[in-house]
Design a protein around this ligand. Sequence first.
Ligand code: TXA
Ligand code: MG
Length: 319
Amino acid sequence: MLSINMQNPPADTIAKAVQFIRAGRLVAFPTETVYGLGADATDDVAVAEIFAVKGRPQFNPLIVHVDSVAMAQRFVAWSKTADKLADKFWPGPLTLVLARLSDSKISLLASAGGDTLGVRLPAHPLARALIAQAGVPLAAPSANRSGAVSPTLAAHVREELGDDVPIILDGGACAVGIESTVVDISGEIPALLRPGFVTREQLEEVLGRKVVTHDDPSGMLKSPGLLLTHYAPKLPVRLNVTEPHAREALLAFGPNVPKGAKTIINLSETSDLKEAAARLFASLRALDKPEYSTIAVMPIPHDGLGAAINDRLTRAASA
Ligand code: TXA
Ligand code: MG
């Protein structure tokens, strides 16, 4: 494991991290809030690897880190509201949730299959240098295992993730130390999804309007779908299928696929759960067509990434 303990690591350290990012591997890097566990946000398998290392039993959407407003504009439907907030708080600890552009190159897994994307321009010079030199946006959750607190020192990342992350860029202690504020501005009403360093009052002052929260007594966020971050297929979903029907679309897994369905997409012919996670949301969307009666899903093991895959499919089946 390469880990360089300097505020300004030599250029070849960043160059090494860039090589890893380009090869679809993970790099832990400092931001001004907490350390992130980053991968090329446009690479489905690399994003799946983040979930595997985090050990999250669910696919939560990930924040995509950019090096400029221009980079963000390539992937999300930028708006006047976004301009106002970015002018005031970027680079810095504010994540903007915006609608994905339909031709967005960002992995659907980073959006947990949804139509929105959280983007953030971090202030830490090392984070900025890494993104700029890699030339790709980095999907990065906090660099801790699921359920543990966010790391604010490179040593925390090392203790927590050990050899599961081959490179940790050491930028010293994180100045802010708590996670970014997450505000959803993809809809009519700005919604605070996660409190953080930037306060609701600060957001309201810049926007000149009310920012609501999940449990707002006004009930403004009760409208269904406003906080829906997960993709739910329109077709019914049938799980643990071993005998598909003639009008069904089959989401297969593994080498032994039963015959009989109208169409088949195999998440992984080799039963590789990382490959399956990487393909899950794009496959569900591809099968969610009116010419089929149902999306039938073959049994998928529950170990490792299988837990999150099954969680998502179970939600889709009960939606
Ligand atoms: O300060 C931070 O935000 C750090 C550094 C590394 O940037 N990152 C971080 O990521 O805390 P994570 O994955 O631990 O938390 C991301 C939060 C989650 O609560 C997630 O649900 C929310 O942001 N989020 C991200 N994208 C979203 C989206 N498209 N819609 C709704 N919520 C989103
Ligand atoms: Mg976290």
